[in-house]
Design a binder for this molecule. Structure first.
Ligand code: NAP
Length: 194
């Protein structure tokens, strides 16, 4: 069974961005030490143009071979003229409104989101599935998430976009590991408690 892993960056108070979802205040923590960690441990979670800049283009995949993101998150790349932001992965975008995909590498999931994700998880072999977010999509897929990789940066937003755009839904996870960084960032990995 392939895992669905939500890899997400958040503030100390658990927000993935400001109220509009803008996460740019967290970019200051992408320093050399932290970036080296991402490039080594979570290389597929970096967008293709960043991988290219740091020489990861063409490297064998380590953790993930598939990504799923919500349409609002995908729009951020589209606005920059990038139609396949994770071209090194099989890309799925959840959208009820997009009539067709702007890129042959991107497949739109417009209905039965949970069924489609379960089918991807049930595929034989392959690597895991990177759930990129945003908040709304992660909320819809909370019951399907097997693993969390939470990248916490030492800032407080006070208010903002939650990690899961869902109602009260208490789930338990087990802590697998913690990595700390000189700049105060913290990366925790959790597995869903069965
Ligand atoms: N900090 C981080 O690590 C991180 C990571 C990712 C994103 N973000 C931030 O998150 C923000 C976006 O989050 P968001 O919650 O507003 O939006 P989102 O989750 O990225 O996308 C929501 C959209 O996904 C589609 N969707 C959701 N559920 C669906 C379903 N069951 N079936 C089909 N389509 C479905 C809908 O698209 P349609 O409206 O087209 O139907 C919906 O409007 C961005 O601002 C981004 O910066 C932060």
């Amino acid at each position: 069974m392939r895992k669905l892993t939500y890899v997400v960056a958040c503030s100390l108070d658990g927000f993935i961005g400001d109220e509009q979802g803008d996460a740019s205040a967290m970019h200051r923590f992408l320093d050399e030490e932290y970036f080296a960690f991402l490039g080594t441990e979570l290389p597929e979670t970096l967008p293709t143009h960043v991988r290219r800049q740091i020489g990861l283009d063409g490297q064998p995949k380590k953790r993930f071979d598939t990504i799923i993101q919500g349409r609002v998150s995908y729009d951020l790349a589209l606005k920059e003229g990038i139609t396949s932001p994770y071209a090194h992965l099989r890309e799925y975008v959840a959208s009820r409104g997009m009539a067709e995909s702007p890129d042959p590498n991107v497949e739109i999931i417009s209905d039965d989101l949970v069924g489609r994700v379960r089918a991807l998880k049930a595929e034989e072999g392959g690597l895991d599935i990177f759930l990129c977010g945003g908040s709304h999509l992660a909320g819809e897929l909370l019951d399907e998430i097997d693993e969390l990789v939470i990248k916490t940066y030492p800032i407080v937003y006070g208010t903002g976009m939650p990690m899961f755009g869902s109602g009260l839904d208490i789930k338990e996870f087990t802590l697998d590991g913690v990595r700390t960084f000189t700049n105060g960032a913290l990366v925790r990995t959790y597995t869903r408690k069965s």
